[in-house]
Design a protein around this ligand. Structure first.
Ligand code: NAI
Length: 297
């Protein structure tokens, strides 16, 4: 199976990056949005990002200006935008990167199941929902995988490729190959909560918050311990502020609902309180720390 034509549904933060890396990998890409204004915004993010990457390559001496201009033009020419679902009907692969709402995603896949050719493979970029539930809704569970990219897509090397019990072996292999074509390091994972990265990362953040809530250590010391003791680029409480307290809480709420007996998914009291107070982390100027833009205040 060879993936040459890719539809990406949702051209927001993640979707525009997926559109770009797929085009850089040589695929013809159809970016599908719900609305023309969101589509224009997403494609202009792609334009800016391609221009930035090209000028970096020139600066580093990897390409001259003419080659960089030609590369941008060729890559961009592989991308078409649309707001009509029917335009992804003959894609080899359709990747969903819309809002993190399971009912909305299931409705989309149900509809796409009726629109796309029978061979089209479907993928979701969800961070927290079971791939199997969307696969079921699509009516083609054997042709469904998770393709979980990381933010910013253009820079992060990882893609988690997720298989359910129903995923066909050849479909899974094609998804792994597609990940490589996008310049990523694909890792295989079963359809489990949080896949690999978030299953390890979110409970780690929860442990750090619990430690702070119990008064075992200050937030500064917990962060310094992991930064200087483990060589992590930032500590877990700073990381929670970066990820967003609202996002972290909503992942945990989904997991505790599905897996009420898993102690690693227990929601810390301070996380609920801060979210209720509108303190979502760096993006709102306060979470576990106070922020002034990108810097701690
Ligand atoms: P976003 O809000 O930036 O983008 C979502 C886009 O989807 C919006 O532009 C919206 O107009 C569009 N959209 C919504 N419903 C649509 C529909 N029915 N048809 C076509 N377009 C539609 O969201 P973001 O952050 O890009 O997240 C997208 C998905 O990626 C979510 O499932 C999220 O969990 C997942 N994800 C997010 C990461 C992150 O760091 N933000 C990391 C990895 C995965």
């Amino acid at each position: 199976m060879n993936i040459k034509k890719v539809g990406v549904v949702g051209c927001g933060l993640m979707g525009h990056g997926i559109v770009q890396v797929a085009a850089q990998g040589g695929c013809e890409v159809i970016a599908l949005e719900s609305d023309q204004a969101f589509l224009d915004k997403g494609l202009s993010r792609v334009d800016k990002s391609l221009a930035k990457l090209a000028s970096k390559n020139v600066e580093k001496g990897k390409m001259d200006q003419a080659a960089a201009d030609a590369w941008v033009k060729e890559t961009r020419a592989r991308i078409t935008g649309t707001i009509q679902r029917a335009d992804v009907a003959d894609c080899d692969l359709v990747i969903e990167a819309i809002v993190e709402n399971l009912d909305v995603k299931k409705e989309l896949f149900k509809d796409l199941g009726g629109i796309c050719k029978p061979e089209t493979v479907f993928a979701s970029n969800t961070s927290s929902f079971p791939i199997g539930e969307m696969a079921e809704a699509s009516g083609r569970p054997s042709r469904f995988v998770g393709l979980h990219f990381f933010n910013p897509v253009q820079l992060m090397r990882l893609v988690e490729v997720v298989r359910t019990d129903d995923t066909d072996g050849a479909v899974f292999e094609a998804a792994l190959e597609f990940g490589k074509a996008c310049g990523k390091h694909p890792v295989s994972c079963k359809d489990t909560p949080g896949f690999v990265v978030n299953r390890l990362l979110v409970p780690y953040m929860v442990q750090a918050i619990d430690m702070l809530d119990r008064g075992d250590a200050s937030k500064e010391d917990i962060d310094a311990a992991m930064q200087f003791g483990c060589g992590y680029p930032m500590g877990p409480l700073t990381l929670t502020d970066y990820v967003g307290l609202d996002t972290t809480l909503s992942i945990l709420q989904g997991w505790t609902e599905r897996y009420p007996d898993e102690p690693a998914f227990k929601i810390p009291a301070s996380l609920e309180r801060l979210v209720a107070e509108g303190k979502f982390g760096r993006k709102t100027g306060e979470g576990y720390y106070k922020w002034d833009g990108d810097k701690k205040a």
